[in-house]
Write a protein that binds this ligand. Structure first.
Ligand code: GLN
Length: 552
């Protein structure tokens, strides 16, 4: 049987519970334990797949096609493991299961209630990943903030487990905020006291309190928190703001968060953590040798969480290239043929982001045209690849008004079309083409040079695809389908070999980029962007040299 760590949050949301949970998991993994993390979200949506990115940030997709909370992305990026359908559970999913059981007559005439039926379902899912010996430790992050009405059944389930499992099989870590009042030059512990008190009233008392803070916690503050919140003083952990989320595991190591958890779990003998690769990555990240600027063309740019995995992939790829990747967000809605040169000036590369719906589409197409015509390194992901196809159709093949049927159903040239299997689908939730599919890469192509193999598997989340009826026309004009699904022939990769670096992919490579295994498409894109930047520098250098000569 595995041991269980629960991570709850107090005082306010957005304290970085996912990062603390992932950092703790990383440390335990580095000490040789088999660890996984799951997230329990209190909302009623069955999964976040139908949520607008403005509501909840990016929807992360697992290998097995679960549409999940973006924290699962952090878990995979930190631990270099795959998560699955089992790792993200919402209140909606719990109720759906219980109601289906009730309809099937499984409760034998009983009144179905939050306690015990809903809490039983929550508990069984909380324990599930720990039951087949695959993991030594299962960490469960509970979404929301203690005190929210929605999260009460989850906390109640933890209370029951505290009572049902042996004492040394379960530990509760509570993350809170210690605000710093600048005027008084003081750290304040009262919100934490209240939050722990509120949690204790529900019957769950934290074993460890992790304190998010801008200023270091001195011993007096730690003692005060320990005294009022009834935990040991060394179980009060300081979590200072860090310059990068990838530094947090090392901060938590210094504070002994992992050791204190293990001690509570009755584990006394464990090796030193093996974190060499992690530290090397962090060094490269913190001390880059060069800098590039990449434009992210999207329509949800006001909310950084909407493109979380893409931004993190650039961090991994940047470190790999010892280059700082500065991302400039460009709102696709405001790009026009008149201002495109101005809007994209100073960029060393362009990434056109995934997305849905009509808004900002023409701006994306204009940006792609600029990159194609000006030799600017281009990388299109999902909708970004589809826009590259439309741009090529309109401006190279001369197929006026070519479009995707997602945006214009009656387009005369549907170069992007709804997938056959999608045409019958009426329900919105969980019905896209989701999860990992194989792709075979053409020998000698740029994609081949990027991946250094011809067989890959990448994750998907889309309903539309390249229309193969146009394939010959595209290839004859120089845009090549260099990656295809081996069974269906569905186009997965499009590239323009005559361009210095132009590639679009139907899948989402950002979902598989981890600290230890950065996604090849991001690594090579950053490399291309770096070369472009250097050449631009040389070009400017030579222009300056001639002009200096001219004036001399
Ligand atoms: N809206 C497009 C489709 O469904 C692209 C989806 C995406 O970018 N993830 O095919």
């Amino acid at each position: 049987m595995a041991k269980y760590i629960f991570v709850t949050g107090g005082v306010t949301s957005s304290l970085g519970k996912g990062i603390i949970a992932a950092s703790l998991a990383k440390l335990l993994q580095a000490r040789g334990f088999k660890v996984t993390i799951q997230k329990f979200d209190p909302y009623i949506n069955v999964d976040p797949g139908t949520l607008n990115p403005y509501e909840h940030g990016e929807c992360y997709v697992t290998e097995d096609g679960a549409e999940t909370d973006l924290d699962l992305g952090h878990y995979e990026r930190y631990l270099n493991i795959y998560t699955s359908q089992l790792n993200n559970v919402t209140t909606g999913r719990i109720y759906q299961t219980v109601i289906n059981k009730e309809r099937a007559g499984e409760f034998l005439g009983k009144t179905v209630q939050v306690v015990p039926h809903i809490t039983d379902e929550i508990k069984s899912r909380m324990l599930k990943l720990g039951q087949d010996n695959a993991y030594d430790i299962v960490i469960t992050e509970i979404g929301g903030t203690v005190g929210d009405i929605e999260s009460l059944p989850f906390i109640e389930a933890v209370r029951q487990l505290q009572w049902e499992l042996p004492d040394e099989d379960l530990v509760v870590v509570h993350l809170t905020l210690i605000p710093y009042l600048r005027a008084a030059k003081e750290l304040k512990t009262k919100p934490t006291q209240h939050s722990v008190k509120m949690m204790s009233e529900t019957g769950v008392h934290p074993d460890i309190i992790v304190c998010r803070t801008e200023e270091p916690l001195n011993n007096d503050i730690k003692r005060k928190i320990a005294l009022f919140c009834n935990v040991k003083q060394d179980a009060v952990i300081e979590a200072m703001d860090a310059s990068t989320i990838y530094e947090v595991p090392l901060l938590m190591l210094r504070e002994k968060l992992d050791v204190i958890c293990l001690r509570k779990l009755g584990v006394t003998i464990f090796p030193e953590p093996e974190l060499e690769k992690w530290k090397l990555f962090l060094d490269k990240l913190k001390y880059p040798k060069s800098k590039v600027t990449i434009g992210l063309i999207g329509k949800y740019i006001e909310l950084q969480d909407a493109y979380k995995s893409i931004l993190e992939s650039f961090i991994h790829a940047g470190a790999m290239n010892e280059t700082k990747v500065q991302i400039v967000n460009v709102h696709s809605e405001f790009i026009t043929p008149e201002n495109v040169a101005d809007k994209l000036s100073g960029l060393d590369g362009l990434l056109v982001a995934p997305g849905f719906g009509h808004r900002g589409i023409e701006g994306k197409i204009t940006a792609v045209q600029y990159a194609r015509e000006n030799g600017l390194p281009f990388f299109g992901i999902c909708l970004g690849m589809q826009m590259a196809v439309i741009e090529f159709a309109r401006n190279v093949l001369g197929l006026k008004d070519a479009h995707s049927t997602e945006m214009k159903e009656d387009t005369p040239h549907p170069v992007i079309n709804m997938m056959e299997e999608q045409k019958q689908v009426t329900m919105k939730g969980g019905t896209m083409r989701l999860g990992a599919y194989p792709c075979v890469i053409r020998e000698g192509s740029m994609a081949h040079r990027i991946y250094e193999t011809t067989e890959i598997s990448e994750r998907h989340r889309h309903r539309y695809e390249f229309n193969n009826a146009y394939l010959e026309q595209f290839e004859a004009a120089g845009m090549m389908a260099t990656g295809r699904n081996p069974e269906t022939g569905l186009v997965e990769i499009m590239e323009i070999p005559s361009h210095p670096y132009f590639i679009g992919v139907q899948y989402h490579p950002e979902l598989k980029s981890t600290v230890e295994n950065p996604a090849p498409l991001f690594v090579k894109f950053v490399l291309a962007v770096k070369r472009y930047n250097e050449q631009k520098g040389q070009l400017i250098g030579s222009v300056l040299a001639t002009s200096t000569k001219g004036t001399a």
